[in-house]
Each structure stands twice: as C-alpha cells, then as structure tokens.
Design a protein around this ligand. Structure first.
Ligand SMILES: Nc1nc2c(ncn2[C@@H]2O[C@H](COP(=O)(O)OP(=O)(O)OP(=O)(O)O)[C@@H](O)[C@H]2O)c(=O)[nH]1
Ligand SMILES: [Mg+2]
Length: 296
C-alpha cells in the first residue's frame, strides 16, 4: 500500500478547486469565477488499487491586503513543504503574470518536487499550447513535467495519477477506503452557502462574506440550520437580501437543495445577514470563523 500528499497551488482563479473536484469525482471544494474563492486547505482523497492519492487544494497565492488574505496565503505556502508533490497550476488562456512568477518563486524555495499543470486549454489551439510551454520556460523556468488539461470538463486529468504515482512516499493509507474528504459536514454546509452567495454577487461582496452556523437541530426527518451571513457594510447586507428578500431566498433554496443531496435528509435553512464592519482585518473574528493566522 502506498499514499502521498499532492498539493494543487497557483494564483487565484486558475482552476485549482475545479481540478480537485474532478479528480475526486465529488464536490469537495466550492468553485466560482471570482478570484479568492478558496480560503482554506481542502483535502480530496482518491484510492486507485493500492494507491491513496491525497490531493490538497489551497487558496490562491497572492499579495495579501488584509488578515484574511494573509491567512489564505499562509495556508497555501505552508502546504508547499508538507507534501510529496506540488502541482503548480497556470491558467493557459492568459499570459503568465507577475502573480504566477510570485507563486513560482515560493515554490522554488520549497524543497518539494514540482509538476506544472496548464489548465483551460479548451481555450487554446495546439499551436498556442506549444507557445505556452515556451513562455513557461522563459518566465518560470525549465520544468521537466508539464501536463496540459481542461479541468472544467475533466479532459486530460487521468495523466496526473500516472505522473504522481512515483512520488507516493508513505507505506500506509491515511484515510479509510470510503473517505473522499476530511471536511466536516458543517464546513461543507457553510461553504455551500458561501458558494451560492458568490454566484449571485460581484465586486467586493464575494470577498466580504463569511458564513457561520450558529445552531443545528437534527430530528428524525429533518435537520435545521441557523446560519449567520456576515458582510462588511450595510449596503452589502441590502444587496444580499435583495428586493423583498428575493436574493436571500434564492441563495437559501439553491444551498438547501445541495445540502439535502449531501446528507440525504430534508433540510431547513434559516439565514440571517449581519454587518460586521471590517471583519477581514479583525483577528479575533477571523479566529472565530476558523481563519486562523499563525504568524501574528
Ligand atoms: N474555460 C475553462 N474554465 C475553467 C477551467 N477550469 C476552471 N475554470 C473556471 O475558472 C474559474 C475559477 O475556478 P476555480 O476552480 O474556483 O479556481 P481556483 O484556482 O480554485 O480559484 P481560487 O480558489 O480563487 O484560488 C471558474 O469560473 C471555473 O469554472 C477550464 O478547464 N476551462
Ligand atoms: Mg479554489
């Protein structure tokens, strides 16, 4: 038996969580078109014959502007030294940016093997893929292993298992056979609600939202959740609630459906929107939300 930890890292929005979900064939991490969706390390587990692949999705590495951002980058950077293999993911459809170079510099500091993943090649011609490989060599360095794929449609992702297999370094499995993530159900519930908010809002709102379960009550035929949704400003509260409460209702319905399918039980969600001014800079509040910062 063998197992290994494989980190998925890169700048925000390149498709890390999308890839994670496709590898695991379950929804483990939330996904959105807004940069900065993932805020914590998330593990997804795939067992193939004697091999256990433990994929570690991470927040997009970026230059933080507040304590929440520091937490996110810290989580991602810590992961670099804790894994057997780093998958350094790039968005192939855009030019390599200073953000990618920033990530690459941190990866080089870690003493961990690296493979490069060029994602979103559904947007590229064969010629453009070859040009992208040259651009990588020029701007990021000479990486031996480069995998091209389309995470969104799970095209080309099987190559990852072949390339990663030699790096599985442990002789034991860390998780039972039927586990596909180590996330607690309540965390998945919180993230599902946050994802629905992200899908229906824009600009600063996706970044200004935190979700907390304040009470759970399970009866034989239904589970009830009381949930606080925190935003930073009164105007944001108004937008999330929507005209006559319409948007909050929509968010609630979409999240409820997904949670019911996950726990196989009828669900009642009570959502309350609260204003917590500048919470992303409030260390105590971040701690309470589970966004812990170690350095400070
Ligand atoms: N066209 C295309 N879009 C993709 C592909 N993979 C992911 N996306 C889109 O890219 C956006 C970002 O995807 P995520 O998986 O949330 O990206 P991420 O790297 O986890 O982002 P952060 O958590 O913010 O760091 C979403 O809108 C995805 O649907 C792909 O292969 N092709
Ligand atoms: Mg993500």
């Amino acid at each position: 038996m063998k197992s290994g930890f494989i980190a998925i890292v890169g700048r925000p929005n390149v498709g890390k969580s999308t890839l994670m979900n496709k590898l695991v064939k379950e929804k483990v991490a939330i996904v959105s078109d807004k940069a900065g969706t993932t805020r914590d390390q998330i593990r997804g587990i795939v067992n193939i014959q004697d091999n256990q692949y433990i994929f570690v999705d991470t927040p997009g590495i970026h230059k933080p502007k507040h304590l929440l951002g520091e937490h996110m980058t810290e989580v991602a950077l810590e992961t670099l030294n804790d894994v057997d293999l780093i998958m350094f993911m790039l968005d192939g459809s855009v030019e390599i940016s200073t953000g990618d170079i920033f990530v690459s510099e941190h990866i080089k500091e870690a003493n961990t093997p690296v493979i490069v993943i060029i994602n979103k090649i559904d947007k590229l011609s064969d010629e453009e893929i070859e040009e992208k490989k040259l651009e990588i060599k020029e701007k990021l360095g000479d990486y031996e292993n480069i995998i091209t794929l389309t995470a969104e449609y799970a095209i080309g992702i099987h190559k990852i298992f072949e390339v990663a297999e030699p790096y599985l370094s442990n002789d034991i499995w860390f998780y039972p056979e039927d586990y596909y993530t180590d996330l607690p159900v309540n965390k998945i519930v919180v993230e599902t609600i946050r994802e629905k908010i992200l899908h229906h809002t824009k600009d600063e709102i996706p970044h200004s939202v935190a979700v907390e379960i304040i009470n759970v009550e399970t009866k034989p035929n239904i589970r009830k959740y009381d949930v606080n949704i925190y935003v930073e400003r009164d105007s944001q509260k108004g937008i999330i609630i929507g005209k006559d409460g319409a948007l909050l209702k929509k968010i609630g319905i979409e999240a409820r459906r997904e949670i019911e399918a996950l726990i196989d039980l009828k669900v009642n969600l009570k959502l309350w929107v609260k204003v917590k001014k500048k919470w992303r800079k409030n260390k105590q509040f971040l701690d309470e939300m589970g966004y812990k910062i170690k350095k400070k």
